[in-house]
Design a protein around this ligand. Structure first.
Ligand code: ADP
Ligand code: SF4
Length: 715
């Protein structure tokens, strides 16, 4: 029998907690001080800033449960996502919330109740999207300071508002604030950020060409913002705090708002008016920059000045996951409250873990923006690190706890990539006796190589957090250097077997555009992504053909160009790494490649590979051209590593003899997708093993239901 070879036990000490009350590290006490925000007081400095969930008003139960678990996880303040105040700011089919009339109140009341139940304050971010909305369902004209094109090229033009429109807008905002208060809000926002807010459009000279009291000098352009703050305080300020979310800088230099100039002047002008300053940078791609392009604390340079201009509390973001960093920003006077969107998504229980002295258990955000991609495709939130987010209500999952095991049956997991590791961790948490076998000498699967690509070091947190958890579980045994074939699996004799054996990049060129092998793909100078990551591609010029459209093609181009090779990046898409439009990274990626001198050929298909050149074809005309190539790298699609599974899974006689009751495929070996999908798959398997709510039942989760209006019903 070839298995097992080496049993790995880890050298790190496990933390014994049975019967022990673990108190928090006193260095973090400052994070648990209460902070007064206008008429309300938050219990600590952990502040979940407004962030999208992909749910909007279409998923009210899911939204309420998600926000409730945040408060349960210790966040002192829990806010909604963008809340549209009126049909003239209609984001549908985008996923945002709406508070257009009293019928919309229950959606917010449900979330407020859940947040209050766990001792949190509930914040509602009121928004009018102005010239960045299309109003597709309401079919009203988008509104703007002056007549102009929409912010987005494919959306309709916006109408310049007259004074009547401005008065109406103020009324809508005031009425929405009153509704938010009725729903149970403790904090009501005036929103002037991300360049998708009407008050911000008034503030910015390039959008505001008015000549009246709302245009021209800064004081005039800021007038509407001041009025909204005064209106909101007047309407709800007796019992609700009024927060201002303000982008102090657009990160486009003199062409836009800069924190050294008008950004600073606005803060000075309105310093004491809001009860809370929630400050950030604009647009969303800058505020939610990925770890590939920005490190923890990346907004500090722009927002640090705010506290010196106001006595009111200040909250900001910067993907803070380390309690030491949080203490630093508070002690150094950068902010009073630690704002978090992504760190709260990756770990809803982050504050509680610090409070309970288990900061080492924090599941740190990796800064990949898969969460954002969910919102941008109008589906409930997903996260690479946190498989539970978005499933709290739908599948009834809790972020920090999991039901105990359903039986004493052992589980064998084959493969220790993201899927296998998460399955092992979650099954271990349930109390199952788990064996995790990995072919190579290292855990992590695809992460081992991918996290070494430029800017992706933080992705290794996916492995490291799971490893840290598994190390504390005596019921999870890990074996490295242990390739399992069908015989090894059957002779091991575990009643439950899970294959998490990953996938392999195709070498034949079959992908999204070419459904047949590319002629010449078998030549020795034609490579796959693994060859680049393992340093085997040395001869330039290198033609990378990206027909995968996710991150890999662009990453390999960046790596090889950084190594000094001449790189030609060919893709049938109109842009490099098209998927990353959804993660807000695309423009950063393409500009970095241009700066590195990569020759980018978009709308080009690779149709043939010769000895020293490739043949490209225009995706529109089919017109062909030749490009010199010393090496060719095909980034097209992947095939599941399911060979071992197939060899024994179709032999019920052998399975029965071996005592195997269930066999499953998870992660990339089921279907090659994102790391987030693999982690989710691993968790789903672990969560549902032995339960009746099996993932493969016909409808495996709860759905939100529309309520039909009944006609002729007696009242
Ligand atoms: P996923 O993203 O689905 O977790 P990965 O490709 O990241 O997939 O990880 C799969 C892991 O499975 C790799 O570490 C690989 O070495 C391991 N593996 C593949 N086949 C076997 C096998 N037959 N026995 C043990 N480990 C395997
Ligand atoms: Fe962080 Fe990625 Fe999760 Fe978003 S999806 S919260 S960026 S780990």
């Amino acid at each position: 029998m070839r298995y097992p070879k080496v049993a790995i036990r880890f050298s790190l000490p496990t933390v014994e907690r049975k019967g022990e009350t673990v108190s928090r590290d006193p260095r973090y006490d400052i994070l648990f001080e209460p902070v007064q925000i206008g008429p309300v007081t938050t219990r600590n400095r952990f502040y979940q800033v407004p962030h999208c969930t992909g749910m909007g008003s279409n998923w009210p139960n899911a939204h309420a449960e998600l926000r409730g678990q945040r408060a349960e996880g210790g966040w002192g303040v829990v806010c909604t996502e963008e809340v549209m105040i009126h049909p003239t700011t209609d984001e549908l089919p985008g996923a945002s919330m709406r508070l257009w009339d009293d019928d919309d109140i229950p959606v917010f009341a449900a979330a407020a109740d859940k947040v209050h139940e766990h001792g949190g304050l509930f914040g509602v971010e009121l928004v009018h999207g102005g010239l960045s909305r299309a109003n597709k369902t309401s079919r009203t004209a988008p509104l703007a300071p002056s007549h102009q094109a929409n912010k987005y090229a494919t959306l309709p033009q916006a109408r310049g508002m007259d004074l009547y429109d401005i008065d109406e807008f103020r009324r809508w905002h005031r009425e929405a604030a009153i509704r938010a208060k009725k729903a149970g809000a403790d904090i009501v926002y005036v929103y002037c950020a991300h360049n998708v807010a009407l008050p911000m459009h008034f503030l910015l000279q390039r959008y505001n060409r008015r000549r009246d009291a709302y245009g021209g000098k800064l004081e005039n352009r800021a007038r509407l913002l001041r009025e909204l703050l005064e209106d909101t305080k007047d309407a709800v300020g007796d019992s609700c705090a009024v927060a201002l979310r303000f982008a102090v800088d657009e990160r486009i230099g003199e062409a836009g708002l800069e924190w050294q100039n008008e950004g600073r002047e606005v803060v000075e002008m309105l310093a004491e008016l809001p009860d809370l300053w929630d400050v950030n940078v604009s647009g969303w791609e800058n505020d939610s920059k990925t770890s590939r392009f920005a490190q923890e604390g990346f907004q500090e340079d722009a927002i640090a000045f705010v506290k010196s201009m106001t006595t009111k509390p200040v909250v900001g973001v910067g993907r803070y996951t380390s309690p030491d960093s949080m203490v630093r920003v508070i002690k150094s006077g950068i902010m009073d409250l630690i704002g978090a969107a992504r760190p709260a998504i990756a770990d809803s229980f982050l504050p509680k873990k610090i409070e309970e002295g288990r900061a080492e258990d924090i599941r740190e955000c990796i800064g990949c923006n898969i969460c954002v991609s969910g919102n941008n495709t109008c589906v409930p939130m997903r996260c690479t690190q946190n498989p539970v987010v978005g499933e709290e209500w739908r599948r009834g999952w809790h972020t920090d706890t999991i039901p105990p095991r359903a039986s004493d049956d052992r589980v064998l997991i084959v493969g220790a990539g993201p899927a296998g590791l998460e399955a092992a961790r979650a099954l271990g948490q349930r109390g199952y006796d788990v064996t995790l076998a990995e072919r190579t000498k290292e855990l992590g699967g695809r992460l081992i190589m991918e996290a070494q690509l430029p800017g992706l070091a933080a992705w290794m947190r996916v492995r490291d957090w799971r490893l840290g958890q598994i190390q504390k579980m005596p019921n999870v045994k890990v074996f490295l250097d242990s390739f399992l074939d069908d015989k090894a699996v059957t002779s091991f004799g575990a009643p439950n077997v899970v294959f998490a054996t990953g996938s392999s990049w195709r070498r034949d060129g079959v992908g999204n555009t070419n459904r047949d092998t590319i002629p010449g793909a078998g030549a020795s100078h034609v490579h796959g992504p693994d060859d680049v990551m393992e340093g085997r591609v040395k001869n330039g010029p290198v033609v990378i053909f990206d027909d995968d459209h996710h991150t890999m093609g662009g990453l390999l181009a960046e790596k090889l160009a950084g190594d000094g090779l001449e790189v030609i990046l060919v893709t049938p898409s109109a842009v490099v790494s098209e998927f990353t439009l959804l993660t807000l990274e695309q423009a950063f990626i393409q500009s970095r490649l241009i700066e590195l001198g990569v020759d980018i050929r978009t709308q080009s298909n690779l149709v043939a590979i010769g000895g020293d050149h490739v043949c490209l074809a225009c995706t529109y005309t089919g017109r062909e051209s030749e490009v010199a190539a010393g090496s060719v790298v095909l980034v097209t699609s992947r095939l599941p590593n399911e060979q071992v599974y197939h060899r024994f899974a179709k032999r019920p006689d052998i399975m029965e003899a071996a005592g195997i009751k269930t066999v499953a495929l998870i992660g990339d070996c089921l279907c090659p997708q994102t790391i987030a999908s693999a982690v989710h798959d691993g968790h789903l398997y672990a969560r549902e093993l032995g339960t009746e709510n099996l993932a493969n039942s016909d409808v495996p989760y709860r759905r939100e239901r529309m309520v039909m209006e009944t006609q002729g019903e007696e009242t």
